[in-house]
Write a protein that binds this ligand. Structure first.
Ligand code: PRX
Length: 635
């Protein structure tokens, strides 16, 4: 009943917005792309500078190893920086940054380019070459995008690990990528506290041998241990002759890259133990990310845009760093927590910096909504013209609050559905799209999505099924680093020839998509993607734990919260203090976001005869729901 009503609510775009938007003919574009996919993307690719043009737009001769802009060479950084500093944009602000403690810094395109060039020279002098991997583990400060861009500029492959992750997660990711260099900070500010980034790096490095150098940005000034011959201060390196060319200037040649050369690895959680490194490339990623950002958020030259995500996740890669810089945008970046020191922090910065476009996550909206409208009402939010969300389905209540209390009923909400793997928005409104709260609306032009049953058959409107993507797109992942078999089995095998998203969804009569959630063993906690297997292995690494199972259960603010069930080893007795110790252990190993909400000590776990834990059964039991088909249960 509630759902039926929800489906009827249309929010039309505000008057004036559509007329001035970059795109106001979505259906025409979608039809064009359907008829000529390559021609459609080729048109968008012409917006960028290429050193050598492509001979083919799409090579689909060896699916699912698709290639885009075959034969072309470019460098995404050339398009983010080099071409802008040759234009009037050299004096335009690229990044406006505010620290949690109120520090402020700004970078024009010229200043950002200079910093990137010098740091790229430093990396080269340390022996970082094209194709080498560099792990970046930092707080949300401008040196984080600088480090990413400096790597990409010289053709090195960056692997950013979210600064909220901890020792074990960091260690696994450094080791898997075989990075020789790690870039970090002494510490970071978050919620009035200091995150001990360098200490965590030190601990992680005790467990891996590949790393030769650690570069440390001084942010907090806290004491840290610097290992002689291994650890260097960023600010010291940047004053050395190595940061400059032989003739003493701060320039650095941008490496010419094949369109299909790797740009970055980004680890994400999947169904099985080891996190997988999603591989993205220079050419197609550039075209997909910039086109989607320009059209969906209607970015204009004069806009100030703020994506609140962390650069350590795909949202930050695509829509804080690369997308906005490709478009020559002025972006705002904030270091800390939304409610520090008071719940009006975000709204005060929207007012102070005159933000026009705000892109955030449902969990943040729910968290801020809790404090009531009085906080945003203290500020002039009239500069806002478009809002966005990402990361999980947004519940209609949070949607309406965002729309009314923040957007004052004037700003459409772009609910963008996409993934680390897709690199760019896939199902999303455009400013012209009539909205329904909770629906990501329709596929972006050129994207063919569908909802299918277990056998891959298309389902009619209203029926829940698996969300799939049926045609390749330029910013798609190209592989799982060093694991092509897993790439094929994970994404392209459930329905041969079709990309399986891992999500369930339903279409309605208007062709709008409603994303329901993950159907695999991935838990979305506050929009962060965590694998049950990673949480379980953190638990089992504690001496008291013999076996563990983790599930996600609904949570008002976080969307989902982690509940874990553990079987103790012989000799350990259940107690409240042991449970607390286990929760703290997971937080220490993986990071605070992975700390289980609740841990229950049990004597048995429901398993299939082949020994696989049936998390579905645990979940149903915890929620008092029917347990479904139990024919494969062991006992
Ligand atoms: O379940 C979907 C959910 O987030 C998953 C992808 O997570 P990740 O790779 O971490 O990327 C998040 C940022 C792009 C998806 O499989 N998801 C993402 N956006 C939405 C969403 N669920 C519903 N609505 C969205 N707008």
């Amino acid at each position: 009943m509630a759902t039926d009503q929800r489906l009827r609510d249309f929010f039309p775009p505000p008057p004036g917005l559509v007329e001035s938007a970059h795109i106001n003919n979505r259906d025409v574009l979608a039809r064009m792309a359907d008829q000529n996919l390559e021609g459609f993307w080729e048109e968008q690719a012409k917006e960028f500078e290429w050193f050598r043009p492509w001979t083919r737009v799409l090579d689909d001769s060896n699916p699912p190893f698709y290639q885009w802009f075959v034969g072309a060479t470019t460098n995404i950084v050339y398009n983010c920086l080099d071409r802008h500093v040759r234009s009037w944009r050299r004096n335009k602000l690229a990044i406006i940054w505010e620290g949690e403690n109120g520090d402020q810094r700004t970078f024009s395109y010229h200043a950002l380019n200079r910093e990137v060039c010098m740091f790229a020279n430093v990396l080269r002098s340390m022996g970082v070459h094209k194709g080498d991997r560099v792990t970046i583990y930092m707080g949300r400060i401008p040196e984080l995008p600088v480090a990413m861009l400096a790597c990409a500029k010289i053709g090195a492959v960056h692997s950013v690990v979210y600064g909220g992750f901890s020792v074990e997660a960091l260690h696994g990711r450094i080791e898997d990528s075989q990075s020789q260099v790690v870039i970090t900070c002494d510490g970071g500010y978050m919620n009035g506290k200091i995150v001990e980034l360098k200490n965590i790096v030190d601990e992680a490095l005790k467990r891996c041998a590949t790393v030769e150098h650690v570069i440390v940005v001084r942010r907090t000034g806290q004491p840290v241990t610097m290992e002689s011959g291994r650890d260097y201060w960023y600010h010291e390196l940047m004053t050395l002759p190595v940061a400059r060319t032989a003739s003493g200037n701060s320039r650095c040649e941008t490496e010419e890259m094949d369109a299909e050369d790797p740009l970055f690895l980004l680890y994400t959680s999947g169904t099985t133990g080891r996190p997988k490194a999603i591989l993205h490339t220079h050419g197609g990623y550039m075209v997909g990310v910039a086109t989607t950002l320009k059209w969906v958020f209607d970015l204009k030259e004069e806009d100030r845009y703020w994506c609140t995500a962390d650069p350590g996740w795909i949202t930050g890669h695509s829509y804080i760093v690369y997308g906005p810089l490709l478009l020559g945008t002025t972006s705002f970046m904030y270091e800390g927590a939304p409610t520090y020191p008071y719940p009006n922090r975000w709204w005060s910065m929207v007012e102070k910096y005159g933000i026009n476009i705000l892109y955030t996550a449902p969990t943040a909206i729910r968290g801020l909504m809790r404090y009531g409208e009085a906080w945003p009402n203290r500020h002039d939010l009239s500069s806002l013209r478009l809002l966005g969300t990402v990361g999980e389905p947004i519940n209609p209540e949070a949607w309406r609050w965002y729309y009314e209390a923040i957007g004052k009923g004037r700003c459409p909400i772009m609910d963008t559905w996409w993934q680390t793997e897709t690199g760019m928005f896939m199902i999303t409104p455009l400013p012209e799209t009539p909205l329904k709260p909770g629906s990501a609306t329709k596929p972006f032009p050129g994207i063919e999505a569908d909802v299918v049953d277990e056998n891959g058959n298309s389902l009619p409107a209203g029926e829940e099924g698996y969300l799939v993507l049926k045609r390749p797109w330029p910013a798609m992942l190209r592989n799982i680093y060093n694991d092509p078999d897993r790439y094929v089995s994970q994404y392209w095998s459930k329905f041969p020839g079709v990309y399986f998203t891992g999500d369930s969804a339903r279409k309605d009569e208007d062709g709008y998509y409603w994303i329901i959630g993950r159907v695999d063993d991935v838990i979305k906690v506050s929009g962060y993607r965590l694998g049950t297997a990673e949480i379980e292995s953190a638990l089992v690494s504690h001496p008291a734990v013999a076996e563990a199972a983790a599930i996600g259960l609904p949570h008002d603010i976080k969307g989902n919260a982690i509940h874990a069930y553990v079987i103790l080893r012989a000799g350990f007795e259940p107690s409240e203090s042991l449970i607390e110790e286990l929760r703290a252990h997971v937080a220490h190993e993986m990071g605070p976001i992975a700390r289980p909400e609740k841990i229950t000590i049990v004597s048995q776990l429901p398993k299939t005869r082949s020994g696989k834990i049936m998390r579905r059964v645990l979940k149903a039991r915890a929620q008092g729901l029917p347990e479904g088909d139990l024919s494969t249960l062991e006992e």
